[in-house]
Each structure stands twice: as structure tokens, then as C-alpha cells.
Design a binder for this molecule. Structure first.
Ligand SMILES: [Fe+2]
Length: 260
């Protein structure tokens, strides 16, 4: 099974286009939060409309998606719309659909091809492999209330990386997630939130007990971003995880670890 793991697009549309072209070839595309950008000058509504259309296009191309929320995906002080921005008729009914749900991600759960916050789902491939995928929501209070656990192979998505690990910054990890992983290790954990930084060692993989934890260390939001997002390709059959990333000067690089 080949999985494409990423996070923190912060509404950078060229990267969504890149995923449209490259994501459907994988058995699963997992995005660990911050799909939206709370400081986007156009406000929240254009992002909701865009993401709905993008998810529909991904599913049409046969992609299988798992998406958990991040801090930029929560309601914020950002304006819903900015003055003089028109909303077409079709989008108004779309916004009514969003309004029926507690969180906008749940409105995207249109069929069995997408797993969002609070969902657990088994992904199966034609070759007979299977993987349980769970999405745990981001909480602004830092709590991790997820209690379920499943036999391996199981992938858990949560925006903040496990606290106290090399995948997190000094103040950006979630201790409760780290404790949960120590007690009941999923086989794989995908996080984001802590971006690539020249001030850091930029670890993309750390083992906690039996769990392989990942953070694709997304390229920072400031400045010109490279054409492709930072991603991790997890090949469960080969037992490898390859991190493809760009250094701040734009040089593409990759590094691989074994994950048994
Ligand atoms: Fe974040």
C-alpha cells in the first residue's frame, strides 16, 4: 500500500493543484490539518467554496482522502467574506450545506472516499491490503480526547505532533497525544503544525514504542513557496518512508527511513 502523507497547505492553491495531479495514484492521501489559512485576505467563505470544489475534483479522479482539522481550520476572527466579493447562486446552497454541520470538514464527508474528524475507516486495496485510518480533531485547549484504538495496521491523524518529540517544536507538541501513543501505539501517526525551519533539525520521523510518527515539515508560509508541497511517501509493503522536501533555497531533496 502506498500512502501520500502531507499537511499545512494554508490555502496555497498551487499545492492543491499539485495534489489533484499526483494524489489519485496513491492508495490514500492523508492531510494532517491546516487546509485553510486564517489570515487569507479574501476571508473564510472563498476558501470553503474552493475546498468543496477541490475535494469533489479529487474524488472524481478516484482519490481516497483522510483529513483532520488544524488550528487554521477552526473558527477565528477572520472575516467570512470581504466587501465587494460576490458569491454565486450555486455557492449559496453549498454554504447552506456547510451550515448544517458543527465543523466544515464534516460537510465534505460526501461518500466513502473521504475520512474526516471523528471518523474511523478501513482502506482496502485491490491487492488485498487493508489499513484502518482515524482522524482526531484539533482542539484549541490542547486536549486529546480520542480513546478508541484498533489493531494494526492503523494510521492516526492529529494536527499537533506528539509533545516532547523531535517532530514538535518546544511549544508546539501535544503531550496527551504522546501519552496516548505510548499506551496504545497505532502503527503510524501523522501530524503537521511544526513547519520546516532553518533553526531546527527538521526530523520527519520518530519512533514512539511501536508507532512510527511522521511530520512532513511543511514548507513555511512566508515568502515564495516551491511548486510541490513537502510530502512523505509511506510504502507499507516495502517498509519505507521517503520524505520529499524543499530546502529554503528551493532545492528539492529526499531522504528515506525503514519502517518495519
Ligand atoms: Fe497548525
Amino acid at each position: 500500500m502506498k500512502l501520500l502523507l502531507t499537511s499545512d497547505f494554508h490555502f496555497h492553491r498551487p499545492w492543491y493543484d499539485w495534489l489533484l495531479d499526483h494524489g489519485p495514484q496513491y492508495d490514500l492521501v492523508a492531510i494532517a490539518g491546516d487546509l485553510m489559512e486564517m489570515h487569507y485576505p479574501g476571508g473564510v467563505v472563498p476558501q470553503l467554496i474552493y475546498l468543496h470544489t477541490w475535494v469533489r475534483a479529487m474524488l472524481k479522479r478516484g482519490a481516497v482522502l483522510a483529513i483532520c482539522s488544524g488550528n487554521h481550520d477552526l473558527p477565528s476572527t477572520a472575516p467570512m467574506v470581504v466587501p465587494h466579493l460576490g458569491i454565486d447562486k450555486e455557492s449559496v446552497s453549498l454554504l447552506e450545506e456547510y451550515a448544517k454541520h458543527d465543523h466544515w470538514l464534516q460537510a465534505l464527508r460526501r461518500n466513502h472516499q473521504i475520512t474526516v474528524d471523528q471518523d474511523h475507516r478501513i482502506i482496502r486495496t485491490n491487492s488485498g491490503e487493508s489499513l484502518m485510518v482515524s482522524c482526531a480533531p484539533y482542539r484549541a485547549d490542547g486536549q486529546f480526547l480520542f480513546r478508541e484504538h484498533f489493531p494494526p495496521p492503523w494510521l492516526l491523524l492529529h494536527h499537533e505532533p506528539p509533545g516532547g518529540t523531535t517532530l514538535a517544536g518546544l511549544n508546539t507538541g501535544n503531550q496527551a497525544l504522546a501519552e496516548f501513543v505510548r499506551k496504545t501505539p497505532p502503527k503510524y501517526v501523522l501530524s503537521g503544525h511544526t513547519h520546516f525551519s532553518e533553526m531546527s533539525d527538521n526530523a520527519f520521523h520518530e519512533r514512539i514504542c511501536k508507532a512510527h510518527c511522521f511530520n512532513c515539515r511543511q514548507y513555511p508560509t512566508a515568502g515564495i513557496r516551491p511548486p510541490a508541497p513537502n510530502v512523505i511517501i509511506l510504502d507499507t509493503s516495502a517498509g519505507t518512508a521517503t520524505w520529499r522536501f524543499c530546502t529554503p533555497d528551493g532545492t528539492p531533496q529526499q531522504t528515506t527511513v525503514e519502517v518495519d
